[in-house]
Design a binder for this molecule. Structure first.
Ligand code: NI
Length: 181
């Protein structure tokens, strides 16, 4: 199972998520917005140093299905460059904003980043802004769990979610490790 965090990095919530994961020695995947990554390169370096995967969530979070191919590629490339500037490595997986994608978006991602990834279990934390949405999310083996590291209700609940999932016997890995089986 892979825990994934979208729309950061931002302080203090991304820091709280990283602290909760570090305390439990659990990896996750952060789908970062390039524009924010440029402002918080040290948070990206911490993610990388602590074994997390960094994915591409575009540079400015547009609906990629509304862009032409060149615009979509530019959005993705700018985020690739922002992550590489901070960590020295370019992401190999991208999640389109809101999960909106079509054949053209998929082709742009495959050309620019690599793998297109959405999710299989949604906390809907953006809607409820409640800790219970995170801690009580319904999951099964192999899920990619979506949440957002920009809400205090989520960042404060990550530790309890990890504790619950580990107590239930799940092993938490990065999305690339999950895809590699
Ligand atoms: Ni998003």
């Amino acid at each position: 199972m892979a825990l994934t965090f979208d729309d950061g990095p931002v302080r203090p919530t991304t820091v709280e998520v990283l602290d909760a994961l570090a305390a439990r020695d659990v990896p996750a995947t952060f789908f970062v917005i390039g524009r924010l990554a440029e402002q918080e390169p040290e948070l990206l370096r911490r993610m990388a140093a602590e074994g997390h995967e960094i994915g591409n969530h575009t540079h400015t979070h547009p609906d990629l299905t509304t862009l032409d191919r060149a615009e979509a590629v530019a959005e993705l490339e700018a985020a690739q460059d922002a992550v590489e500037a901070a960590t020295g490595e370019r992401p190999t997986v991208a999640r389109p904003p809101w999960g909106f994608h079509d054949a053209g978006v998929d082709a742009a991602i495959e050309e620019t980043v690599g793998t297109v990834l959405t999710w299989t279990a949604d906390t809907e934390d953006w809607q409820s802004r409640s800790a219970a949405a995170v801690t009580d999310v319904e999951v099964s083996a192999g899920d990619v769990v979506l949440m957002h590291d920009i809400y205090p209700s989520t960042s404060g609940a990550v530790g309890a979610l990890v504790d619950r999932l580990e107590a239930e016997g799940y092993t938490l890995v990065t999305v690339s490790d999950l895809l590699d089986g």
